[in-house]
Design a protein around this ligand. Structure first.
Ligand code: FES
Ligand code: CO
Length: 340
């Protein structure tokens, strides 16, 4: 499935010392890319020079073009070759063109669309666009797991007492309510997490130990989650994450912590809490084999796995829509976008 998907941060591009100037090499769905901030904006090209197939990320960002490190051919923002140093008077072969993908910067993230036959759009991140919220980006992280497994872990309520006994759960309070799930609009899954009575934990936005927080979950196909948490001090925290598939076995997660307090607020407190939680999750998640979600007969599910089973069904519906053609896929995803 080749949808518009996050791929790196603007900050990483600015600070990149790859190649010979502000070129970022990354992989999305197995496709190697080079990202460059040219005068005309941020561009994404296949990381391959069409001349003799050298990697473009080894080259130079020349401002209005990307120059290959091997024989110095230059490619403009539309991918067309504009200069061949060994042949100054031309002609430039008309098919001398680097492959260019749709690319856009939003939420300080770089989004790339590998398949432009489908009119996908960048997912909603309402807190980022709401001036009453302050949003801080967490450090993106790469895990050895498929993006769908990452999302399942993020929305798994039954693992709290075991994986997160110090932060999110309490092994002495292993009570678990199977949530009601709202599947409207299509492409979205919503449910609520009600903390068990007496289950302690977590830090609130002020850094105080707080009861595990009531949370509204919204899952956006294919790999996005928003957590909406009303805090005891009357403010709201919104966590937003998106898992990006590097390939079938690795994903990179981008995430934000947003809060609407008017008081001085140190975003590093909830960010640090979240990072402690991630450290606890990585072991069990990376131990899952295969990294991809397997055939249903290869794992055992119970009624307590309702969220993950529903999510897997949603992914199946997405694949069916993809097979039915661009119109079906666009309808499914547009419905989701417009109703978050
Ligand atoms: Fe890139 Fe020759 S391989 S210019
Ligand atoms: Co966890």
């Amino acid at each position: 499935m080749k949808l518009g998907i996050i791929f790196g941060t603007l900050d990483e591009l600015e600070q990149s010392d790859q190649g010979r100037g502000k070129l970022l090499q990354v992989t999305l769905l197995g496709q190697e890319l080079v990202i460059a901030k040219l005068d005309s904006g941020v561009v994404a090209m296949a990381n391959r020079c069409p001349h003799r197939s050298a990697k473009l990320h080894l080259g130079w960002n020349c401002g209005s073009s990307v120059q290959c490190a091997y024989h110095g051919w230059k490619y403009g923002s539309d991918g067309m070759c504009i200069e061949i140093p060994a042949l100054p008077d031309g002609p430039i072969p008309p098919n001398a063109k680097a492959t260019v993908f749709d690319c856009e910067v939003k939420y300080d993230l770089i989004w790339v669309r590998l398949d432009n036959t489908v009119n996908t759009e960048i997912p909603a991140h309402l807190a980022f666009d709401d001036p009453s919220f302050t949003c801080t980006m967490g450090i993106p992280y790469t895990w050895k797991t498929h993006a769908a497994r990452r999302l399942e872990n993020y929305t798994d309520l039954a693992h709290f007492p075991f994986v997160h006994p110090e932060t999110l759960g309490n092994p002495d309070f292993v009570t678990f309510l199977i949530p009601d799930i709202d599947l409207q609009p299509p492409g979205c899954m919503r449910f609520k997490y009600e903390p068990p009575e007496g289950g302690r934990n977590g830090m609130d936005a002020a850094g105080n130990l707080a009861p595990l927080i009531y949370t509204d979950y919204t899952v956006q196909l294919p790999f996005g989650v928003t957590l909406d948490q009303p805090l005891s001090n009357g403010t709201r925290t919104i966590m937003w994450m998106w898992a990006t598939p590097i390939d079938e076995r690795h994903c990179r997660t981008f995430w934000f912590c947003c809060n609407d307090t008017k008081d001085p607020f140190d975003p590093m407190v909830p960010i640090a809490t979240q990072m402690a939680i991630l450290e606890e999750d990585i072991g069990p998640v990376e131990s899952q084999e295969p990294e991809q979600i397997p055939h249903p007969k290869d794992e055992i599910a119970t009624a307590a796995d309702k969220v993950s089973l529903t999510y897997r069904r949603m992914l199946f519906e997405l694949c069916k829509a993809k097979a039915a053609g661009p119109a079906a896929l666009e309808t499914l995803l547009a419905s989701e976008r417009n109703n978050i």
